[in-house]
Design a protein around this ligand. Structure first.
Ligand code: ZN
Length: 239
């Protein structure tokens, strides 16, 4: 049985990288739900390869704002053909390459901004050459403040896999049947639901907590062997 690990940027880092950048085509709006009355966004998945340039409605993704559920669904379905099949499209999902400025230093795998996971091109090529599966890096349109800098690609880290119900609060309300809103805190002792875990990729984010990156044993072993450190790595049990 493959082991799985949660991957986080360490609280203390020798790297100083900061971004002032956004995804070129913007994001899905938030939802104002008529059923549960919640107004929410929070989708952290970015689709850096999504090209909205030929979509007549592309301007409607530029400004983050809540929309009624029907309008959200209309805008979501317009972009669905432009993201990978099965891609989760929560309110707030982001589209297009990163545009903006970067400064400071960046670790080879830089997960400080969970909606903008970055990788050095050489690090990505090494991981792929070592057989790590499912990694896709996309060019960024970042301008650096300093001359000497690595080539940064944005990783497309798709949502797959869920927490096991045993580790979520026992008294939590069921998800809203209309908008899917399902709000609870990430557990201190997470457990992954075995049947939900992907078998085709070694890096993903949880579909019920898009802020949480999960790597397989293959990913973690390769990262350690190549010395692409600067991640806090903790094993998450599977049931
Ligand atoms: Zn709702």
């Amino acid at each position: 049985m493959m082991r799985f690990y949660e991957l986080q940027t360490p609280r203390e880092s020798k790297y100083t990288g900061t971004l002032r950048a956004r995804h070129k085509w913007g994001s899905l709006p938030g939802i104002r739900c008529p059923e549960c009355k919640a107004t929410w966004a929070g989708g952290m998945t970015a689709y850096p390869g999504a090209d909205l340039s030929t979509l007549a409605e592309r301007g409607e993704y530029e400004k983050p704002r809540p929309e009624p559920l029907d309008e959200f669904v209309r805008l979501r379905e317009l972009v669905r053909p432009r993201v990978p099949p099965g891609g989760q499209l929560l309110p707030g999902a982001k589209f297009g390459p990163l545009v903006g400025t970067a400064s400071g230093t960046f670790s080879p795998l830089f997960f400080y901004y969970v909606e903008k996971p970055l990788v050095h091109r050489e690090a990505l090529e090494k991981l792929q050459a070592e057989g790590v599966r499912g990694l896709r890096g996309f060019p960024t349109e970042l301008r650096f403040r300093q001359k000497k800098h690595p080539e940064l690609l944005e990783l497309e880290v798709l949502p797959h896999g869920r927490l096991h119900p045993d580790c979520t609060p026992q008294d939590r309300r069921p998800a809203c049947p209309k908008c899917g809103c399902d709000n609870y805190t990430f557990p201190e002792e997470p457990i992954l639901e075995a049947a939900s875990l992907p078998t085709h990729t070694d890096l993903f984010r949880l579909s019920d907590f898009e802020t949480i990156f999960i790597g397989t044993e293959r990913f973690v072993e390769t990262v350690r062997r190549l010395g692409l450190e600067e991640l806090d790595i903790r094993e998450v049990p599977v049931r």
